[in-house]
Write a new protein. Structure first.
Length: 421
């Protein structure tokens, strides 16, 4: 992992000339200073229905605008070289985003456009609610998790730093997305697991189980992405990336996304399984590795059912608008699954789920083998001498062997010589 970081370290994302399309635009912060209601016809915001047909969506919208009331918003630019400059924008009545006075917005800047058309409202400024929500999340994690929660937040911050300063710039510079994803995921996993759970045999078993599962996900993902002829270039954003950086392997980028997306859930599964086996050993130190594996895998089966369902529903929720479009078009299940947009999500879901399922037996058997070797010391040489107490008045003398049994029980109940967990 360290060698990979050194060899692939990008030193920053390569510069390019902005296209002004989509996310590749110059933006500034701004404030809506004034909103006035005006007739749509007076500001030329309405038009005749296309071909005179008012039964279509376009015709109905045009007709509503002709009779509706628009808004003329005055926006002040708050950042950049044009700070303090104002411009106006007409908001039509059927627009989903209605501007209000005092609202913070994000404006797009196009320097090559005529001066009165250089700025336009691109989005609402959501920094304050997003910051408040992040603070609530951090407070909840710290209150419930205490020191572990603090370390988890530190690990989360480091994970974002690895993604922002290594994974993304390295891919943009043309490095193999699969190799970058494997190195970056390994760095995130090692830092997060050891930082949150400590440097111990238990954590190391979880790390090893996660690495094996990631390797399996990488192999299956590469095989089925090639077999299904998935290009990874399926929407406007990936098309823009391919246009700006033609050297990027888009199918490799898809595989990198599968690996990184599976990492978070894999960590949860492997740590939980390892902890379960360790606790089973604490409850019964004499249990062998086979018994530990059988008990641990019974716990893992419940975990598999819940985790796979969670992963499938997470991907389905992310693709819900797309699924609605297919439902509106009354497409068959086979036709929907054959579409590259949906096929990508199916491959992403199933490959990740296979890796999650495989991580349960792999991690459980590793944990059972490691912890079963950690047995309490036995034998006369290792047991401390325990003086035999005189029987109390009125009690029967102890039966032969009772002292030995009690001594053995006390020795087992005490601390055995064990490796540090």
């Amino acid at each position: 992992m360290l060698v990979g970081l050194v060899v692939l370290w990008p030193g920053g994302a390569p510069a390019h000339e902005r296209t002004g399309v989509g996310f590749d635009r110059q933006t500034q912060q701004a404030t809506v200073t004034k909103v006035v209601k005006v007739s749509c016809a007076s500001v030329n915001a309405s038009g005749d229905a296309p071909t005179g047909d008012t039964s279509t969506a376009e015709g109905s919208s045009a007709q509503q605008q002709a009779r509706g009331t628009c808004k003329r918003a005055t926006i002040r630019v708050d950042t950049g070289s044009d700070k303090g400059r104002t411009f106006t924008e007409i908001v039509q009545p059927d627009q989903s985003r209605q501007l209000e006075q005092g609202e913070k917005v994000v404006v797009a800047y196009e320097p090559s456009a005529p001066k009165d058309l250089q700025y336009s409202v691109a989005d609402v400024n959501r920094r304050i609610p997003m910051t408040v929500l992040a603070l609530i999340f951090a407070a909840a994690v710290v209150v419930v998790g205490r020191l572990r929660g603090v370390m988890a937040l530190v690990a989360l911050a480091i994970s974002f730093m690895v993604l922002n300063f290594f994974v993304l710039p390295a891919i943009l510079q043309g490095s193999n997305p699969l190799v970058v994803a494997v190195v970056g995921s390994s760095a995130i996993m090692l830092i997060a697991l050891y930082l949150c759970h400590g440097l111990s045999a238990r954590t190391s078993v979880a790390v090893l189980g996660t690495l094996i599962s990631l390797f399996l996900i990488g192999i299956l993902g590469s095989l089925f992405i090639d077999w299904a002829a998935l290009t990874g270039n399926t929407d406007d954003n990936t098309g823009l990336i391919h246009g700006l950086y033609p050297s990027i392997d888009m199918s490799g980028l898809l595989l990198a996304g599968i690996i990184i997306g599976s990492l978070g859930v894999l960590d949860d599964v492997t740590v939980t399984q390892t902890s379960a086996v360790w606790e089973l050993h604490e409850a019964n130190p004499s249990m062998g590795w086979r018994g530990l594996y059988r008990a641990g895998i019974r716990i893992g089966r419940d975990h598999i059912a819940s985790v796979v369902n969670t992963l499938v529903l997470a991907y389905a929720g992310a693709a819900l608008p797309l699924l609605l479009l297919f439902s509106i078009a009354q497409s068959s299940v086979g036709g929907v699954a054959n579409s590259e947009l949906v096929a990508e999500e199916i491959v992403r879901t199933l490959v990740g789920s296979i890796g999650l399922v495989a991580s349960v037996p792999v991690t459980t058997v590793l944990a059972a083998l490691v912890v079963s070797a950690d047995r309490p010391a036995t034998g006369k040489a290792s047991l401390p001498a325990i003086p035999e107490a005189a029987p109390a008045a009125g009690t029967a003398p102890a039966a032969p062997g009772a002292t030995t049994t009690a001594s053995t029980a006390q020795a087992r109940g005490g601390r055995g010589r064990r490796r540090k967990r």
